[in-house]
Design a protein around this ligand. Structure first.
Ligand code: SAM
Ligand code: SF4
Length: 321
């Protein structure tokens, strides 16, 4: 197996694939408009195309693939897609980021298909606040999904984005899930992408202080996840742990190990830079695995040094986070 390195010496071993741009929530900082213009279904990559892309990526050193969206569970073939990817020789981790609304009904099948973990996005545990934040009354469905994952032994991380200026969002309460369950609750600073640019990030240092005032002493853990930007803390009264992902206050570009592919097959080498390639066109022109690998290698070498300014005009739901 190859190891892919960019011109700044960063090893690229993680790929995030956004398998649809559609979503069943309307989060205020991501997809605030009720009526959206989505890609025509014919533009979305097919299961077979995803399998080819993932195979090539894995053969050139990608070991972890995260399936995201839009909302990935809206894809009717999601279980089959997970299964195809999980069965590619050389893959070590297949995980998913989801809003969790449809997860309870699919978790078991996804696990059997080879899904090894889910990041569930959840910004509040208050039903009314959830409705304000997502425009849908679906908190109970997400809570059920978390419970089902616990029952079947599907590893869960909770991603919580504190929204500055939204007075009543009790994001600190979300930390309670890590008290109750052996899960990681990660606070992610709002990024100025799409509708997120309208909201102030709440610095993770502030949240950490608030958590210390409420729950007492936290001890920093050694991160077991190579290439993960999360910094984890533990507390003796918690079954799980608390993580902080701080793209605004602590840049992690120097250690970036990831590339992204959008639902229509655009290659993104950096979250903050516009797309740098088109895998759909390559596939439609008949490229085989060797040619896709060559394309990846050539593009990865050009990965931008950092994303300190955002030139990307796509909203987050068209990137996948
Ligand atoms: N629909 C799925 C979900 O919500 O988990 C997957 C796609 S969503 C775009 C992935 C993640 O991006 C979510 O955790 C969401 O909270 C986060 N996100 C969206 N806009 C953001 C922003 N402007 N800054 C930081 N995170 C953002
Ligand atoms: Fe949908 Fe996820 Fe964006 Fe919310 S954050 S609107 S769930 S894509």
């Amino acid at each position: 197996m190859n190891e892919q390195t960019d011109r700044f010496g960063r090893h690229i071993d993680y790929m995030r694939i956004s398998v649809t741009d559609r979503c069943n929530l309307r989060c205020v900082y991501c997809m605030p408009k009720e009526q959206q213009q989505f890609l025509p279904k014919t533009m979305l990559l097919t299961t077979q195309q995803w399998e080819m892309i993932c195979k090539a990526a894995i053969e050139m050193g990608i070991y972890k693939i995260r399936i995201t969206g839009g909302e990935p569970l809206l894809r009717e073939d999601i279980v089959a897609l997970v299964e195809r990817i999980a069965n590619i020789k050389g893959i070590k981790r297949v995980v998913m980021t989801t809003n969790g609304v449809l997860l309870a009904q699919k978790a078991n099948r996804l696990q059997k298909a080879g899904l090894q973990g889910v990041n569930i996005s959840l910004d509040t545990l208050d039903r009314m606040q959830y409705k304000i934040l997502t425009k849908r009354d679906a908190l109970a469905d997400v809570q059920k999904s978390i419970a089902v994952c616990q029952e079947i032994g599907m590893p869960v991380k909770i991603n919580c984005v504190p929204v500055g200026g939204l007075e009543k969002q009790d994001y600190l309460q979300v930390a309670m899930l890590a008290k109750q369950y052996p899960v990681a609750v990660r606070f992610i600073e709002m990024m100025p992408i799409g509708a997120g640019a309208k909201y102030q990030p709440i610095q993770n240092e502030i949240i950490q202080k608030q958590l210390t005032e409420i729950y007492g002493l936290w001890t920093q853990m050694h991160t077991e996840e190579i290439g993960s930007p999360a910094v984890y803390w533990e507390n003796e009264n918690f079954l799980g742990k608390i993580g902080f992902i701080s793209p605004r206050s602590h840049s992690f570009c120097h250690a970036c190990n990831r590339i992204r592919i959008t639902a229509e097959g655009k290659l993104k080498l950096c979250l903050h830079h516009p797309a740098d390639g088109d895998l759909k066109i390559l596939l439609e022109n008949g490229a085989d695995t060797t040619q896709i690998k060559q394309y990846f290698a050539q593009k990865i070498w050009q990965k931008p040094k950092d994303g300190h300014t955002t030139d990307e005009k796509r909203p987050m739901w068209r990137i996948g986070g």
